[in-house]
Design a protein around this ligand. Structure first.
Ligand code: SAM
Length: 492
């Protein structure tokens, strides 16, 4: 999983809301570890699911169970008691486990006030790559990342069944059929998201997991006699679990039992934080909760694309939505090679915009442009510069851009072209691209709406996810298009 992003993120200190600073000092924020954009193999992230559009405010089942498990597992209270016994400390006196439309969830069992510490899970009852059996750890190469390692821990503990010291936890992790991460979608389901870059990212992620499985398979082979087979499907499931419910912190990647029953609310200010001094992870309530209300935290500022790929759900009207677009130099452009060379030479990888996504010369992240005069916010300057370079029709024009860059801040084509008609033309190219992207999404949304039939639950959940994703992307593209039109009009 994305090592770079993690190391950047690890350095951050949490900007804590006031309520959280009053009574608690926590060292480091912990982050869920999505796969999306991970650069290196064998190091990823997690997720699971129950998509829904409403927050349930009261527990509807009090038994903690896996939907597919033939055997009832520990009741919610027994689970917490088991974990507290293992930890020899109180983990939470204000939360209880129950089911909501999001799957297993934590609910306030008594009134909670903003600033209250609602759970405290010691490191000693968290599962990390250190929990790998020494004989397995010894066989795993350095290139295997923490997500894959944690997935292997889950797979081996699962095989141990009731003999595992983690059995009560491992046995209540979601089954694959409960997960809606895009990598589990079949071809016709993936068609629903074809216009989005997430379609290709899903294919890439699947092939990465496959490669990782092939690399790890010799290790599984060594233990086949004692543990039986580990299939690619098992491995993919385990990796997805880790990717959707493990947190990264200073000590690496951890599964944090109990805390990982907390579901996500994009606007919550509560997060899981790790305190190395106290050797535990904590969550502080960011608001008051009445007894019976579901307690939610934020996993991070994730777009629906990331939530869909890595966590298997989406949020309607996600404020963190963004669209990944690609803009290519036409192959038949006589200046193709020269432009490519220039763009490569002057390409500056974005530092914070594309959190963890693989940087690519012709790939751009578009965010919503909130006002018509939004000063290009949401349309990256680098995209406009790219368009200006593309609009050049002679090597002299390209040379002029290089000269201008050298005389100014060294960045290519960041200023409006002196020839206004060229500047308009460059932005018209962008408008055409946005029209095409808008049309593709609109057409898919129309066909999604017209072909709706009450199919099985899983498919309708995925259809809603596809709609959330495409609606969000459509809104962003339309806002960007409106800004471009406004800019062009201002030049005429
Ligand atoms: C850390 S786990 C939370 C516990 C999980 N509900 C369970 O049953 O184990 C993360 C998973 O919960 C589900 N989830 C969390 N927040 C959600 C939300 N706002 N909407 C839908 N599903 C959500 C997704 O399946 C996600 O991958």
């Amino acid at each position: 999983m994305r090592k770079v992003a993690l190391s950047i993120r690890k350095k951050q200190k949490q900007a804590r809301p006031d309520a959280l600073t009053k009574r608690h000092r926590i060292d480091t924020r912990s982050f869920p570890m999505p796969f999306r954009g991970r650069g290196s193999s064998l190091s990823w992230s997690l997720h699971s699911v129950f998509h829904s559009r409403c927050l349930h405010t009261s527990p509807n089942h009090l038994i903690l169970y896996s939907l597919t498990s033939p055997q009832p597992q520990l009741s919610a209270n027994e689970f917490l008691r088991w974990l507290e016994r293992k930890a020899t400390s109180t983990i939470s006196s204000s939360l209880s486990i129950a089911k909501s439309s999001y799957g297993r969830s934590l609910f306030a069992s008594k009134a909670i006030q903003a600033g209250d510490c609602i759970l405290k899970v010691p490191y000693s009852v968290q599962i990390t790559a250190d929990n790998l059996l020494p004989e397995i750890r010894y066989l795993i190469g350095e290139e295997v990342g923490n997500i894959a390692k944690l997935a292997i821990v889950i797979l081996f503990e699962k095989k141990l069944g009731q003999g595992s010291e983690w059995y009560p936890y491992i046995s209540c992790l979601p089954q694959q059929r409960e997960l809606h991460n895009a990598i589990f979608w079949n071809e016709s389901e993936l068609e629903m998201i074809r216009p989005s870059s997430i379609h290709q990212e899903t294919i890439n992620q699947k092939s990465q997991i496959e490669k990782d499985f092939l690399a790890i398979n010799p290790v599984f082979e060594c233990f086949r006699q004692s543990f039986g087979d580990f299939s690619y499907k098992d491995f993919m499931h385990a990796c997805t679990l880790v990717g959707s419910r493990a947190w990264g912190s200073t000590k690496g990647l951890s599964l944090i039992p109990f805390a990982d029953f907390l579901n996500h609310d994009g606007v919550s200010e509560s997060i899981v934080m790790s305190d190395d001094d106290k050797q535990c992870s904590e969550v502080i309530a960011d608001r008051d909760y009445a007894p019976g209300e579901q307690v939610l935290i934020s996993y991070g500022k994730f777009s629906n694309a990331t939530l869909m790929l890595d966590f298997g759900f989406t949020i309607p009207h996600n404020i963190y939505d963004q669209v990944q677009i690609q803009f290519d130099i036409p192959k038949n452009d006589p200046l193709h090679d020269m432009k490519l060379e220039l763009l490569q030479q002057y390409f500056v990888p974005p530092s914070k915009d594309m959190k963890g996504l693989k940087y690519c010369l012709n790939s751009f992240t578009i965010k919503e442009v909130r006002t018509a005069k939004g000063k290009g916010k949401g349309i990256p300057q680098s995209l406009r510069a790219f368009a200006r370079v593309l609009s050049c029709t002679s090597s002299q024009e390209l040379h002029n851009l290089v000269m201008e860059a050298e005389q100014t801040d060294g960045r290519l084509a960041r200023r409006p072209l002196q020839d206004i008609s060229k500047e308009i033309q460059a932005h018209m190219m962008l408008s055409s691209l946005f029209i095409q992207l808008i049309e593709e999404r609109s057409a898919t949304l129309t066909s999604l709406d017209s072909s709706y039939s009450p199919l099985c639950e899983g498919v309708s959940v995925r259809r809603l996810m596809a709609r959330d994703l495409l609606h969000g992307e459509l809104g962003i593209l339309k806002s960007a298009f409106a800004w471009l039109e406004n800019y062009r009009n201002s030049l005429t």
